[in-house]
Design a protein. Structure first.
Length: 296
């Protein structure tokens, strides 16, 4: 799948300046097992210990030298005009901190699923978005409430809008943390209402683990942290009422997940994670992450 993803990068109508593959301590070096197009400027970076999704993304950001940065999951694929359309949008709209697009859904074997693609676009609010600039409340509702911005594979971000410390706190949900940080960096983003990539749904994808109540207990800290960041960011005031409701639901959901584990220690564990998440949120909301995004 990584080879397929790289072929999609190589096929872009606007070539990337650099491509960094983070090998997060795989059993065998990815560089030896991957078919890399000869024309593509790929650099493999192999971890000696596993840093997880968030740590790997942050490492990649610091290694990248460009002013525009995007990420691509190894099992997803871009359409040929992905970089052209999103990069062009940012060139035309310097006030936009990032650009994002619609995407389709494909099965494990790569077959495109039109019905599921349409359902996902509707579920995350992209179906009702028109191509153009989103600002202030419209942007915050789309990005923070509808979660229309798929930063894991289908978003192009200005380096100045990246907050590595916030991304690092996201764990498995680093992509949402990236979107929140990019919205904090400014009040504008550009939406390209075209299906410029394909998200792969398969039994091995990370999100399949999220149905496990033990995993939900583990994720409680990050969920509370990002909601606290949103609630402690004044510019996000238009979405604060909805965020407060989601905070209450997240706390309830985490406690119910602890009960479903049938481990009497889980209640104490989730309580500690909820408290830690609130502290993380206060700390992360009280710092200016844009300077971090410019480093590296």
């Amino acid at each position: 799948m990584l080879s397929e993803a790289l072929r999609g990068v190589q096929g872009q109508t606007v070539a990337p300046a650099e491509v960094i593959v983070i090998d997060d301590c795989s059993d065998e070096p990815l560089e030896l097992a991957t078919d890399v197009p000869s024309e593509l400027p790929v650099r493999f970076i192999r971890h000696t210990r596993n840093l997880g999704p968030a740590g790997s993304v942050v490492h990649g950001i610091h290694e990248a030298s460009g002013e525009l940065v995007t990420t691509l999951n190894h099992d997803d694929v871009w359409e040929p005009r992905f970089l052209e359309r999103l990069g062009g949008a940012l060139d035309a709209h310097p006030e936009a901190c990032f650009a994002f697009c619609d995407h389709g859904i494909m099965r494990a074997d790569g077959e495109h699923d039109e019905q599921l693609s349409g359902a996902q676009s509707a579920r995350f609010g992209r179906r009702d978005l028109e191509t153009g600039l989103l600002t202030d409340a419209r942007l915050y509702r789309a990005a923070l409430l509808d979660k229309a911005v798929a930063t894991s594979s289908f978003t192009l971000v200005r380096r100045a809008a990246l907050d590595p410390a916030l991304i690092a706190a996201g764990g498995d949900t680093w992509d949402y943390f990236l979107a929140v940080g990019a919205c904090r960096a400014g009040n504008a983003a550009f939406y390209v209402g075209e299906r410029l990539g394909w998200y792969r749904v398969s039994p091995t994808m990370l999100t399949t683990t999220w149905i496990d109540p033990r995993k939900q207990v583990e994720m409680a800290r990050a969920q509370i942290a990002i909601l606290m960041v949103i609630l402690r960011t004044p510019q996000f005031a238009p979405v604060h009422p909805a965020a407060r409701k989601r905070l209450a639901l997240a706390i309830r959901h985490s406690l119910m997940a602890a009960v479903r584990t049938r481990d009497p220690r889980s209640i104490g564990t989730v309580a500690a994670r909820l408290i830690a998440g609130a502290r993380d949120g206060r700390r992360l909301a009280g710092r200016d992450g844009r300077s971090d995004g410019q480093s590296g």
